[in-house]
Design a protein around this ligand. Structure first.
Ligand SMILES: C[S@@+](CC[C@H](N)C(=O)[O-])C[C@H]1O[C@@H](n2cnc3c(N)ncnc32)[C@H](O)[C@@H]1O
Length: 419
């Protein structure tokens, strides 16, 4: 079995769309509400670029049961031989279960039983005790569960079956925090685009052709992507130029540079260009990225002429940052303003893109009642504007929304290609 299991983040539907975008619908199978199986080996997955995934696991087996006692019996029988294959020394053991009806206490009890069975083979074992059914990212990292002597088993219910997988990679939470809060220039007024969402936007703009082109050049025997393959992917991506025409403080550009793309950023406010420049200089000093781009300039997205670009990824103008539901006439005015700017931008860039070029725009939508959104009229006029909307097999258009429950201004992810 050479499949991967991905545990999805806070907005699993966006994580699923991201996977489908990058790897193609044939390679992605949704599992329950929180995971996906990829028909791709973990070593061919550039996990660090996935904003919507929190764990990457190697699929081990699928059990014909969801009954925990039976799963435990399987573990008692299979664990000693599995442990024997691991490097010598103390083994670090952990369990996480998703969508299974089981308590943390049951999981802990099974962990202790499995620990004992492995110890009987003469091996010392440290078990990370479950206080919840899922170990969090920090627990996985700090207890060395993804190191060669670590063994975190992940159990995910899949209908009447249970998938069993081993964690090989977890999100680097410290790096995300630094890329979010550590940048020298932030601006609450233009909004704070989380780096993970910026990655999702870029991945939705990338589409499946990039992976299709490189997959045969990647090695297939490592447990997770070896550094030389990361290099290979990055050097291929240098020839791809991503444009953010509403770059603000530069989060999308930052994340695109980290993936290895060349970038161009423009914004109507010269101050934002100055902020982006400082932020990208900070990035280049901390992370191994291409030299910070000089291709930053102030410009109105409705009229700018850019050098040739391969794809567009951005968070557009979102209008006023409402903290409570606005009066209908104020909302109507904001919607008109945003609609006009984004529509004029789409008209302006149309002639500058090659046919088939892909764009992902995070545009505003307004939560007027819990779970009820008002959308920009341009969403229904995409064809008339000269674009085709990209549709996903597993995710409906209405699910491509990023928001927190109490947020008025949501980001709607619009993925289109130039006709
Ligand atoms: C929501 S912010 C984007 C924030 C950005 N994602 C970041 O990382 O900080 C929208 C940006 O669009 C810019 N903007 C508004 N109207 C514009 C226009 N017509 N052309 C270009 N930029 C514009 C604003 O100055 C603002 O920086």
């Amino acid at each position: 079995m050479n499949d991967s299991l991905v545990i999805l983040g806070r907005q699993p539907r966006l994580g699923l769309a991201e996977l489908e975008s990058l790897y193609g619908s044939d390679n992605v199978v949704a599992v329950g509400g929180s995971a996906a199986v990829l028909h791709i080996a973990p070593c061919s997955i550039d996990f660090a670029r996935l904003g919507g995934a929190i764990r990457l696991c190697k699929m081990l087996t699928e059990l014909d049961t969801t009954n925990w006692k039976q799963i435990e019996r399987f573990l008692i029988q299979a664990s000693p031989s599995q442990a024997a294959k691991m490097p010598e020394g103390k083994m670090h053991l952990g369990f996480s279960a998703y969508d299974l009806s089981i308590s943390p206490q049951q999981l802990l009890a099974t962990g202790l039983t499995v620990k004992k069975v492995i110890q009987q083979t003469g091996r010392s074992v440290r078990l990370v005790p479950n206080k919840t059914t899922e170990l969090n990212t920090a627990q996985v990292i700090h207890n060395n569960l993804t190191k060669p002597n670590g063994w975190e088993l992940v159990f995910v219910r899949n209908g009447e079956k249970t998938l069993v997988a081993q964690t090989v990679f977890v999100q680097n939470i410290d790096s995300y925090a630094e890329r979010d809060f550590g940048r020298p220039k932030r601006d609450a007024r233009v909004g704070m685009l989380p780096p993970k969402l910026a990655q999702i936007i870029i991945n939705l703009a990338t589409g499946p052709s990039e992976f299709a082109a490189i997959k045969d050049k990647l090695s297939n025997d490592a447990i997770c992507m070896p550094p030389e393959d990361v290099q290979k992917m990055h050097s291929e991506r240098r020839n791809t130029t991503l444009l953010d025409p509403f770059c603000g403080t530069g989060v999308v550009l930052q994340e695109a540079l980290l993936m290895g793309y060349s970038v161009i950023g423009t914004d109507i406010e010269p101050r934002m260009i100055d902020y982006t420049r400082q932020n990208l200089e900070w990035l280049a000093a901390k992370y191994p990225v291409n030299a910070a781009p000089t291709d930053l300039a102030s410009g109105d997205a409705t009229a700018t002429q850019w050098p040739p670009v391969s794809m567009v990824a951005c968070e557009t103008y979102l209008g006023r940052p409402f903290t409570s539901t606005p009066k209908p006439e104020i909302l109507a005015q904001t919607m008109t303003d945003c609609n006009l700017i984004i529509k004029k931008f789409l008209r302006n860039i149309h002639g500058q893109l090659r046919p088939g070029a892909r764009l992902c725009l995070a545009i505003p939508a307004w939560q007027v009642k819990t779970g009820q959104f008002r959308h920009l009229p341009l969403v229904d006029q995409i064809t008339d504007l000269g674009y085709n909307q990209v549709r996903f097999e597993r995710i409906g258009d209405a699910e491509l929304l990023y928001y927190r429950p109490d947020q008025i201004v949501a980001r709607e992810l619009l993925i289109i290609t130039r006709k």
